[in-house]
Write a new protein. Structure first.
Length: 192
């Protein structure tokens, strides 16, 4: 008899059931993360052109030391399962933050990452935010939070979702080697 799961499930891109409130490492698929993040727009869609979370993640991964690059790539991986909330709202949603942190731990377990996200990844995420803001947003109506200096704005391309997904998966394969550890790359089980 199957064990009762906590909460409701979602169907992922690969066609599996995934319980965000009861996530298990063996149910996390890199293809689901890459696909979903390639279709999610940064800034809650309030930017001048489409810019995916997948592209952002690749740039964060490229901006950190090699030993932190996989964490950089997967630092927003929870968004593949629960989307994201703008920071002014998220800071008041403690339960949402706890769910997001739990999902990140599960994703980290799945791909053999250290328990906590390295400080370098968190800093690179802010540097990318600063860079993306300068390229993708209009003039500030008021000062934003204090951010580090931006990188070269040419890095921000605005890849189409298909390209963002491909580059995300390519970066993942670079970091884990080949198809990755056994079970990390699974054929799509889409239903016809």
């Amino acid at each position: 008899m199957a064990k009762q799961r906590h909460g409701a499930w979602i169907q992922t891109f690969t066609g599996i059931q995934f319980w965000p409130m009861d996530a298990r490492p063996e149910e996390v698929e890199i293809l689901d993360i890459a696909h979903s993040l390639s279709l999610l727009c940064r800034f809650n869609g309030h930017c001048r052109r489409f810019y995916s979370v997948a592209e952002h993640s690749v740039h964060v991964s490229d901006s950190v030391a090699p030993e932190h690059a996989l964490w950089g790539l997967l630092h927003d991986g929870a968004e593949a399962y629960i989307a994201d909330l703008p920071q002014p709202i998220k800071r008041h949603m403690l339960e949402f933050q706890a769910i997001e942190e739990h999902l990140l731990r599960v994703i980290g377990q799945r791909f053999g990452l250290p328990l906590s996200m390295p400080a370098e990844v968190k800093y690179a995420d802010k540097v990318l935010l600063s860079t993306e803001k300068s390229v993708l947003m209009g003039p500030e109506p008021a000062p934003w939070m204090t951010l580090p200096p931006p990188l070269d704005p040419v890095r921000i391309q605005g890849w189409e979702p298909t390209e963002a997904k491909q580059r995300f998966l390519h970066r993942f394969k670079e970091l884990v080697g080949g198809d990755g550890p056994e079970g990390h790359h699974q054929a799509v089980r889409l239903r016809s």
